[in-house]
Structure formats: C-alpha cells, structure tokens
Ligand binder design. Structure first.
Ligand code: ADP
Ligand code: BMX
Ligand code: ZN
Length: 286
C-alpha cells in the first residue's frame, strides 16, 4: 500500500508518496507563521491534496510533541506561535484516509537506525529550525509515555544563555538551532536567517556558527553519558550544512575519551523524516 508521508518542520512542509522505501512526487512549501491553525490547515490541504488519490494511508513526521495525534509545541516560536494543533483529526478529515503521526526527529531517527548495517544503539539529532532528537535503544524507538522523549534541544547549554521559547534559559536550541543563530545575530547580520549567516565569512558569522557547533558537541557528550549510544547521526539543514559536522567533530574531540562517539551525516539527508514516518506507519524496516 502506498503511504502519503508528510514532514511538518518549523521552516518547510514536505510531502511525498512512499512505496517500498522509495519516495516519489515530492512536494514542499514554506511553513506558514501563524498563531492560529487556519494558515497551517490551508497550507497542508494545498500540499497533500494532489497526492491523496494515490495513497492508502497518511504518515506524518511533525515538529512538536506528538501525543494521541495532537501536536503541542514545546517551543511555539518555532511554529509561528502555534501552541496546539489536532494533527491527526484534521488530516483524517481532509484526506479521508487513516493517519498516524510521530515527532519529526523521532521519525528521522527510525529511518536512520534502519540504514545502520549493525542496528546499534543510536541517537539522531536534527539541527534545523529547532534542535530535535530521537533515541533508538535495543532496536526500539523511544517516544516516552507522553511523546517528550528525545527532545534534546531543550537540555541546558548555558545557564546565562538566551531565553528559549520553551520557557527555560540557555537551552541548546536557543544557541545552536537555525532560529537561535538568527536571533543572536547583531549589526550587519541582524535580520538574516541562518542560511545567509552561514554564507557570510565575517568574524561574527564564524562565531555564531562555532557557538552552535560547540553547544551541539557538548550535548553529544551528555547524550553519550546518558545512553552509551554507539553512533550519533546528524541531520537538518544546519546539521547538513557544508563544514558544520567537521566543526562539531573538532569540538567533541576536545572532550575526554569516554564521551567520544562516531558522528555521521544523515544517510537520507532531508528525507529522513518522511521515510521514517512511512516506515513506522507500515511497521517495516528497510
Ligand atoms: P525544518 O526545520 O522546517 O525541518 P530545515 O531542516 O531546512 O527545515 O531547517 C531550517 C533552518 O535551516 C533555517 O534556520 C534555515 O535558515 C537553515 N538553513 C537552510 N539551509 C541552510 C544551509 N544551506 N546552511 C545553513 N543553514 C541552512
Ligand atoms: C523543537 C520542537 C521539537 C522538534 C524540534 C526540531 C516545537 C514546535 N518543536 O525543539 O518537537 O522536534 O524543534 O524541529 O516545539 P524542526 O522544525 O527544526 O525540524
Ligand atoms: Zn528550550
């Protein structure tokens, strides 16, 4: 049966048909920035309606805590201020198909785990609009009893750091994420997004990128201590940006030996969330 997979991120929405682990008819559009659900509803309808007649089910990977089919933002600023959205109920009504939904980083973790030849304990980190995570231990994706498991972007990087949209100060996400990098930019970089900041070769741009990589490397050492994972896979547009992973590796190499863990770029690149959602919905592994 063909799955219509949807990836809802803080910056872009993507959709594709997935059959036997192969994506086709990929479409994408910007995520609307609105506190009210109407704009997201409209964008999702326009994105998925051309694909619906080809599919027998819908599988969603979405930013936010996904529990009982409802999206609750831990950092509403990542989703235009939207705090809650009845994801599964809305898409069931819009598509008339059965719908399943899982957090985007948890979904991507599952696809990336399935791509590991050794199926060893792993953690996936996305550095994108936010910083998200997914943990696979003993072959099982950890979602937690309320969907919060793996929200590693909201661990502490710097108690004196910027306020995070989740309400804490100094979260990894506030320093390392695309939104966090853009929010800290000043002067000649103020108002630019992370993609533009990465393309500038100025001392401030280099410092913002280096601070992000440092915060991620310290998070990775913490994650190693908590999970004893054998590999960490990094995705998201910041995580996959040229030169970023080597910077993280260089920072991690400064930590003691016990915290060292191999780092890999996401095998499925920007499609890990779409593919993972489809795999989880079908119960398949690649
Ligand atoms: P989403 O969060 O919607 O899943 P992405 O993974 O594309 O989307 O992450 C979006 C963030 O990545 C934005 O902050 C954007 O500025 C940044 N970004 C996009 N492309 C690049 C790039 N080539 N280099 C660095 N940052 C990028
Ligand atoms: C935020 C949080 C996570 C998400 C992560 C990455 C919200 C809306 N999202 O920490 O659930 O996994 O961002 O999301 O609170 P992305 O949009 O950057 O892919
Ligand atoms: Zn936070």
């Amino acid at each position: 049966m063909t799955t219509l997979a949807i990836d809802i991120g803080g910056t872009k929405l993507a959709a594709a048909l997935v059959e036997g682990g192969v994506l086709s008819m990929r479409r994408a559009c910007p995520t609307p920035g609105s506190q009210t659900p109407g704009a997201l509803e409209e964008a999702l309808r326009a994105l998925v309606l051309p694909l619906v007649r080809h599919a027998g089910r819908v599988a969603v990977a979405s930013t936010g805590i996904i529990h009982n089919g409802v999206l609750t933002s831990i950092n509403p600023a990542n989703l235009g201020g939207l705090e809650q959205f009845p994801l599964v109920a809305f898409l069931e009504a819009a598509t008339q198909l059965p719908v399943t939904a899982v957090n985007d980083a948890q979904s991507a973790a599952w696809a990336e785990f399935c791509a590991l030849p050794g199926r060893e304990d792993m953690v996936f980190l996305t550095v994108s609009t936010g910083v998200g995570g997914g943990v696979v231990l003993n072959g099982k994706l950890q979602t937690g009893s309320g969907g919060l498991a793996g929200h590693l972007g909201h661990t502490l990087a710097d108690p004196a750091g910027p306020l995070c949209g989740c309400g804490r100060r100094g979260c990894v996400e506030a320093i390392a994420s695309g939104r966090g990098i853009a929010a800290q930019a000043q002067g000649e970089l103020a108002g630019l997004d992370a993609k533009a900041i990465f393309s500038r070769d100025t001392p401030q741009a280099r410092r913002l990128v280096a601070n992000s990589a440092h915060a991620l490397a310290r998070l990775i050492a913490d994650v190693k201590a908590v999970t004893d994972c054998q590999v960490i896979v990094v995705g998201g547009s910041v995580g996959l940006a040229e030169g970023y992973l080597p910077l993280v590796r260089a920072c991690l190499s400064q930590e003691p030996e016990v915290y060292q863990v191999p780092l890999r770029a996401a095998h499925y690149r920007h499609d890990a969330g779409l593919l993972g959602a489809a795999l989880l919905a079908t119960g398949d592994a690649l």
